[in-house]
Design a binder for this molecule. Structure first.
Ligand SMILES: C[S@@+](CC[C@H](N)C(=O)[O-])C[C@H]1O[C@@H](n2cnc3c(N)ncnc32)[C@H](O)[C@@H]1O
Length: 306
């Protein structure tokens, strides 16, 4: 099970978060607990890790993996946008670190029944893509509902380079119920060649929209800085340029503080700097990339609460 998802840049993450024995940290995207396990080792028996994941299956795997840490590991099924509330329910106002490892895990990606991935040879599987399968719209339902301009925006935000062409091809083949239906709809579209299958970016864009990953990220980042104690650390790993840009802009804004237009003579927003930036898009080293292909696109950013 632990081989299913190899944690990315784990030593750089630990260095950035600087977990001290007895401290309390949040892993807002627990997955199967790879980074959490390493953090708990550093936090020691008097420390605590609050782990969140919106996916019940990930949580089950993490619970088994982190069992040996007993009550030091508090695992909660929740979205990162509820991070502030989750911390409060543990009786704390502040924590010493928050970590986010964005996107999906290999556990989710490699399960064909979840509809996140595809192979032309696969049996057709429902186009679901929900991280939390208890509620919300599936990717098939989303495609059915969106008008062309909305679908173009979803594809563009997800990094698809020819969003109009792709949107039209998809809409011409509705209803699209399975991964194979989506592949068939894309078969006639000329997509720029990629290292992986050219449809990868389309699947990624739909996944991001189905799970409102950008909205979750914005809310999660805001909540993370709210709950960090002075001197506490934030670390975020992203794998997609749209997400990474959002994290970079958020950190810059939190470091700058004031968001008034530069020509305003006196500050009217009253915002002050809350973060000192410590990591500006660090990458995995060549050895790690050769052993774990997921590490290739990873960017690590983070800072310290002032
Ligand atoms: C890249 S994996 C994390 C892997 C983990 N660091 C490990 O070492 O096993 C991302 C995880 O975050 C979860 N996730 C994604 N968005 C989330 C959100 N908004 N709130 C909570 N969990 C989320 C996914 O379900 C997935 O399990």
């Amino acid at each position: 099970m632990t081989m299913l998802h190899i944690p990315v840049m784990v030593e750089q993450v630990v260095r950035l978060l600087n977990p001290r024995p007895g401290a309390c940290m949040v892993d807002a995207t627990l997955g199967i607990g790879g980074h959490a396990e390493r953090l708990l080792e550093e936090l020691g028996p008097t420390g605590e890790l609050i782990g969140l994941d919106r996916d019940g299956e990930a949580l089950e795997h993490a619970t088994i993996r982190l069992k040996r840490f007993g009550s030091a590991a508090r695992l909660v099924r929740a979205r990162m946008s509820f991070l502030r509330d989750v911390v409060e329910t543990t009786g704390r106002q502040e924590v010493d670190g928050v970590f986010m490892d964005l996107g999906i895990s290999s556990l989710q990606l490699d399960d064909p029944a979840r509809g996140f991935s595809f192979r032309s040879s696969d049996e057709p599987t429902p186009l679901d893509m929900r991280m939390d399968r208890r509620s919300g719209e599936t990717a098939a339902e989303l495609l059915e509902r969106l008008a062309e301009p909305e679908l173009v925006r979803v594809l563009r935000e997800g990094g698809v380079p020819t969003p109009v062409r792709v949107a039209r091809a998809i809409r011409a083949r509705l209803p699209i119920a399975t991964t194979q239906d989506l592949l068939a709809a894309l078969a006639g579209v000329r997509l720029p060649p990629r290292r992986h299958h050219p449809a990868t970016l389309v699947f990624q864009a739909l996944r991001i929209a189905v799970n409102d990953e950008l909205g979750e990220l914005d809310a999660g980042l805001e909540a993370a800085v709210d709950v960090l104690a002075p001197g506490g650390r934030l670390a975020v790993l992203s794998y997609h340029s749209g997400e990474d840009r959002r994290v970079k802009n958020f950190l810059r804004q939190e470091a700058r503080g004031c968001i008034c237009p530069p020509d305003l003579p006196v500050c009217g927003c009253g915002r002050t700097s809350r973060l000192e930036i410590l990591a500006r898009g660090e990458r995995a080293d060549a050895t790690e990339v050769s052993q774990n292909p997921r590490a290739r696109s990873a960017r690590l950013r983070g800072g310290e609460r002032t």
